[in-house]
Design a protein around this ligand. Structure first.
Ligand SMILES: Cc1cc2nc3c(=O)[nH]c(=O)nc-3n(C[C@H](O)[C@H](O)[C@H](O)COP(=O)(O)OP(=O)(O)OC[C@H]3O[C@@H](n4cnc5c(N)ncnc54)[C@H](O)[C@@H]3O)c2cc1C
Length: 488
């Protein structure tokens, strides 16, 4: 059996690990791995970069082996003892070193052929269900019985249509590669206030004494989500599990949103978490809320955070157990609040931000409305009629999940789409089956073609963290092996 894995991050390597160790493929398996940026194992997020770019989970939660939850902490003790504590927020490049040390042995397997190239096109021989792939050097690679696209995240979104203007940085990662040339007398705007924006701000503020304050822009009324402190170490009641999901399905396989919400609220009550109080105190993400949260750490917030981390691994299963109408209801009624408490920002990052706001080295501008390009610089206008100047703009607004808009930036996505091998999911990203991740095209299911990772995180809801990517890739590889292995 000839198999192609396109994309060499954690999802791709998990597929390879599972297939190589599966008894169904004892003798008959060749895997061609294609990776466009030589990011083997580490993928796009965990390659070499500034130490200011940090993991958003505590070190104690980052082992990739569930059978040894302390594996990452043990690795830190041997390699970066200064970070070897439960609550450390570790630089992402160190996490990449850990992943590489644990999984790069797979590249030495005689069954794995490594190709340092991008795949830009794909064709199917529909009579034989065999694929061929075109690399960016124009060469076609033939005869694949299965293709796993583990290509990471969509391109960065360009909401203000600035791509191609002279001083606009659309994709800021790796940060110390894309921003190292900036000069201290230039003025900057950073569009967005999420985790990437904060990594960028930390990097810039530690790099130089800038002549002008750095400005963070958001189109919302308040900039942040909630603060993440150390991990709550006490017992937490968390009812969701594979067994809970199986036992609550009705005869059509669905679980009602009401049952899920009731279970969630009952759990919070059992854990003595007053969600109403937390909403009143921390529900907007304003600077004053963040100040007060840092000044008076709140045990309930830590418990809620722990609870949400524990249930996150079940999010895609729970979401796909809702009927489509109830998924819409979830988005309308609950998603904003749930994400507000789920997307927490490490306390160190927020404390640093507040310190620099107070010193006037940083400013936050809310209600951004439009951006006008003027020669080599930019004019940013707010809903309130304020106007700001920037020599450079750094885009930290997240990813473009609208496939039609992303086509221009990704030749592979463009070709898959125009060959009818990819269908947009109506909430963004691409449509795949649950839980197998098989690609759904309007011509039907693409035989043995799978898409994993961030591109499917709208339908496989929440699938944008390391543990979910691993869980999903393991499931897909096991499902594929069970169906197509031949025990030779
Ligand atoms: C900046 C950033 C920070 C993050 N931080 C965290 C975090 O702190 N904690 C957490 O849990 N999750 C984090 N994530 C989420 C992260 O996406 C997942 O944790 C996980 O690493 C994704 O793995 P992946 O293999 O699916 O994708 P990736 O690791 O992105 O790997 C995809 C690979 O495919 C390659 N590729 C893409 N297109 C092609 C092509 N056409 N041909 C060949 N190769 C191709 C890319 O070069 C890349 O190496 C972060 C994501 C980003 C982008």
């Amino acid at each position: 059996m000839r198999v192609a894995v396109v994309g060499g991050g954690i999802s791709g390597f998990t597929i390879i690990r599972k297939l190589l160790s599966h008894p169904n493929f004892n003798n008959d398996l060749t895997i061609d791995l294609y990776e466009k940026d030589a990011n083997f194992v580490v993928g796009a997020p965990y390659g070499k970069d500034t130490k200011e770019a940090i993991m958003n989970e505590h070190a104690q939660d980052l082992s990739i082996f569930p059978e040894n939850p302390a594996d990452f902490l043990e690795w830190l003790s041997e390699n970066h003892v200064e970070y070897a504590n439960n609550d450390a927020f570790v630089p992402r490049e160190f996490y990449g070193d850990y992943l590489f040390e644990r999984l790069s042995y797979l590249m030495d397997s005689e069954k794995v052929n490594i190709h340092e190239s991008a795949i830009v096109d794909c064709e199917i021989d529909a009579e034989r269900d065999i694929y061929r792939l075109q690399a960016d050097d124009g060469q076609w690679h033939e005869d694949y019985q299965a293709v796993f696209f583990t290509i990471g995240h969509p391109p960065y979104a360009d909401y203000y249509h600035l791509e191609g203007t002279p001083h606009y940085i659309n994709s800021p990662v790796p940060i110390d590669e894309t921003l190292a040339h900036l000069q201290p007398d230039q003025s900057f705007g950073i569009i967005g206030t999420g985790l990437t924006a904060l990594d960028v701000v930390k990097y810039l503020l530690k790099q130089h004494n800038w002549t002008h304050p750095i400005r963070l822009y958001t189109d919302g009324n308040t900039p942040f989500k909630t603060v993440k402190f150390s991990r709550y170490q006490g017992e937490i009641q968390q009812s969701f599990s594979d067994e809970w999901i199986d036992s609550h399905r009705n005869q059509d396989g669905f679980i009602s949103l009401e049952v899920m919400v009731d279970t969630f609220l009952n759990d919070l009550k059992a854990n003595d978490i007053d969600i109403q109080r937390l909403l009143e105190l921390y529900g907007t993400g304003s600077i004053s809320e963040i100040r007060s949260a840092i000044a008076h750490p709140d045990i309930s917030l830590e418990k809620l955070r722990r609870y949400i981390v524990m249930m996150t691994i079940y999010l895609p299963d729970l979401y796909n157990a809702l009927t489509p109408l109830e998924r819409d209801l979830y988005h309308q009624k609950y998603e904003r609040t749930f994400n507000h408490f789920r997307s927490q920002i490490p306390v160190e990052s927020l404390a640093f931000i507040l310190e620099n706001l107070d010193q006037g080295r940083l400013e936050i501008v809310t209600s951004l409305k439009s951006i006008i390009t003027e020669d080599d610089s930019y004019q940013l206008e707010t809903e309130n009629g304020e106007s700001y100047h920037a020599d450079y703009l750094i885009n930290c607004t997240g990813f473009q999940f609208d496939i039609q808009k992303a086509l221009a930036f990704d030749p592979l996505i463009k070709n898959l789409y125009q060959r009818d091998m990819l269908t947009p999911y109506y909430r963004g990203g691409a449509m795949v089956t649950w839980p197998d991740c098989q690609v759904v095209a309007s011509r039907g299911l693409m035989p043995n073609m799978y898409l994993l990772g961030h591109w499917i995180s709208k339908i496989h809801y929440g699938n944008n963290n390391i543990h979910l990517c691993i869980k999903q890739a393991e499931r897909v590889a096991e499902g594929f092996a069970a169906q197509y292995g031949n025990n030779e």
